[in-house]
Design a protein. Structure first.
Ligand code: RIB
Length: 326
């Protein structure tokens, strides 16, 4: 494999000149620059990015740590991060932590040891001290990391409240919230919105804790409907839980939305193409990823940031699992 010395020899210049061309630093005559680039092409020279990042003190790498890339919510988030990072000349290193803190810490170590310029993190553990006092900027995406770390998220509380008020307006008299995992901020906030709306309306309600997972949620919804067959509305903590609820109800011969209404959260593509299509609270997933990446690049390039928390609005999309007005 060609080295920088081979390029210098082929171009008839010093190694330092080749380095200046590669790092776009210092003055190099146009003819010399052309000769160096011609030598690079002829030799198929590939710069050593580790050495280059040490020289430039910038690897142009952004670490993206996500908890579960099999959940359709996260690939859309990653797509937005990668689009913006690429636009600004950064390469994204995607890390799937499985919500495992040991694995997450391993990825954090690898990224920092490889001089990542910054991190975007969706973690299952709030107040995670591993991310404090790093020598690179961090942005928390979807879930808070620590009060000192900027965050980009959707309005989880407002979405939970909106979903619940909607079910009540659609005539539900006994509603359940099949929520995401405990101690997870988005799930906690959606649940808080649900409880506040149900209590304010004086509508009886019940809460079941599940996971953001179809199979587990099918079991939880089955137990719920066995125990409380009079449930006529379910606010699901995310769209995968909503799919599980609809599946269990239809297998039991419960008609949707006539006997049971279901509303989800996220707005993943599956919610629209599932039959019946799922009424849901749509998160601005792509915009969240864009916002987090632009925020991180501002921090990397020391442009400062306007606010520590960016909470983006959600919207309700009516489909076939809830009753139409009128
Ligand atoms: O579906 C995955 C869930 O985890 C989403 O609701 C998202 O907000 C994340 O918290």
């Amino acid at each position: 494999m060609a080295t920088i010395r081979d390029v210098a020899k082929r171009a008839g210049v010093s190694v330092a000149t080749v380095s200046r061309v590669l790092n776009e630093t210092g003055y190099v005559h146009a003819d010399t620059k052309a000769a160096v680039k011609k030598a690079i092409e002829e030799l198929n020279y590939k710069p050593n990015y580790v050495a280059r990042s040490l020289y430039q003190k910038s690897s142009r790498l952004i670490g993206l740590i996500l908890p579960d890339i099999t959940n359709p919510f996260f690939p859309e988030l990653a797509r937005a991060v990668e689009d913006v990072a690429h636009q600004y000349g950064y390469t994204v290193v995607l890390c799937n932590s499985d919500g495992d803190l040991e694995k997450e810490k391993h990825y954090l170590d690898v990224l920092t040891q490889n001089h990542a310029d910054g991190l975007i993190v969706t973690t299952n553990r709030q107040n995670n001290l591993n991310y404090i006092n790093l020598n690179i900027p961090v942005v928390a995406l979807d879930r808070p990391l620590h009060e000192s770390i900027p965050e980009v998220c959707a309005d989880h509380y407002g979405g939970g409240k909106m979903a619940t008020e909607y079910l009540i307006r659609r005539g539900c008299n006994f509603i359940a919230h099949v929520r995401g995992p405990g101690q997870l901020s988005p799930a906690d906030e959606r649940c808080r919105g649900f409880v506040n709306a149900a209590e304010k309306a004086g509508v009886p309600f019940y809460i079941v804790e599940s996971q953001f997972d179809i199979t587990i949620s099918e079991q939880k919804v089955s137990e719920l409907l066995d125990t409380y067959p009079r449930i006529d509305g379910i606010f699901a903590g995310n769209d995968l839980i909503a799919v599980a609820a609809v599946k269990v109800a239809l297998k039991r011969g419960i008609s949707i939305p006539e006997e049971l209404q279901v509303i989800g959260f996220d707005g993943i593509p599956l919610s629209a193409c599932f039959y019946p299509s799922i009424t849901t609270i749509v998160q601005p997933i792509y915009e969240m990823g864009q916002c987090a990446t632009k925020l991180l690049i501002q921090l990397i390039t020391n442009q400062g940031v306007t606010a520590k928390k960016h909470c983006l609005p959600v919207k309700l999309v009516e489909r076939e699992t809830t009753k139409r007005m009128g």
